[in-house]
Design a protein around this ligand. Structure first.
Ligand code: GLN
Length: 210
């Protein structure tokens, strides 16, 4: 069974765990670097990026170094809202701590403060014909992307979903809707990554893995 770690240091980790379990995969709340050893993918939830940034200065546990190393080795990681800010190489006007793994530049709070949070439906070709119910909570936008990054969804203000190889980000929060298509899209990325490492489909119980 696919095992997804959900970084539980702060933010909406419980909702992501529930969404992954509804998709039929295993989800674990990750608080320590040693827990990352056997996960097939990782979700970094929404929350407050300046709060998680403060934890990057705490060297008690090398959790962020471990995540970076595993990303470089191909671990699929999905960042929601704050997670997208934490994964970005560049944050407009800020040097706050981050993983700096993905070749995107983000603008924090691009739609305004909490009272400007909103829900809308977005057409996302990668998820099928039905528009996706997208909840934006003090959300960022992606203002520019590198050559390796594929833009998967836009709104008038800018890019709100993008992928660079094993990295996926959304500015919105699919975990607080009942639509599981973004989580399923991420699980498909994880499945493909696992298959390419083992040389066989994870769905095939007869397959002998390396
Ligand atoms: N505005 C928050 C930040 O900049 C992100 C909000 C969210 O994750 N919903 O960190």
């Amino acid at each position: 069974m696919i095992k997804i770690g959900v970084l539980g240091l702060q933010g909406s980790f419980a909702e992501h765990i529930a969404a992954i379990e509804k998709c039929g995969a295993q989800a674990v709340d990750i608080r320590h670097s040693w827990q990352l050893a056997d996960v097939d993918g990782l979700i970094i939830p929404g929350g407050e990026s300046t709060a998680i940034a403060k934890l990057t200065g705490d060297n008690a546990d090398p959790i962020f170094d471990t995540i970076k190393k595993r990303v470089e080795a191909g671990l699929p990681v999905y960042g929601t809202c704050m997670g997208s800010i934490f994964l970005a190489k560049e944050i407009e006007g800020s040097e706050q701590g981050r993983l700096a793994c993905m070749d995107i530049k983000v603008r924090r709070n691009a739609f305004g403060p909490q009272r400007n949070s909103f829900e809308t439906s977005i057409k996302i070709d990668a998820l099928g014909a039905e528009p996706f119910p997208s909840v934006f909570i003090r959300a960022p936008i992606v203002v520019s992307v590198g050559a390796d990054v594929k833009v998967l969804a836009n709104v008038a203000e800018g890019i709100v979903m993008a992928r660079q190889k094993n990295l996926l980000v959304t500015a919105f929060h699919p975990e607080i809707t009942s639509d599981l298509r973004v989580h399923q899209y991420f699980l498909d990325m994880v499945s493909a990554s696992k298959q390419s490492k083992t040389g066989c489909a994870v769905a095939n119980p007869d397959c002998v893995t390396a």
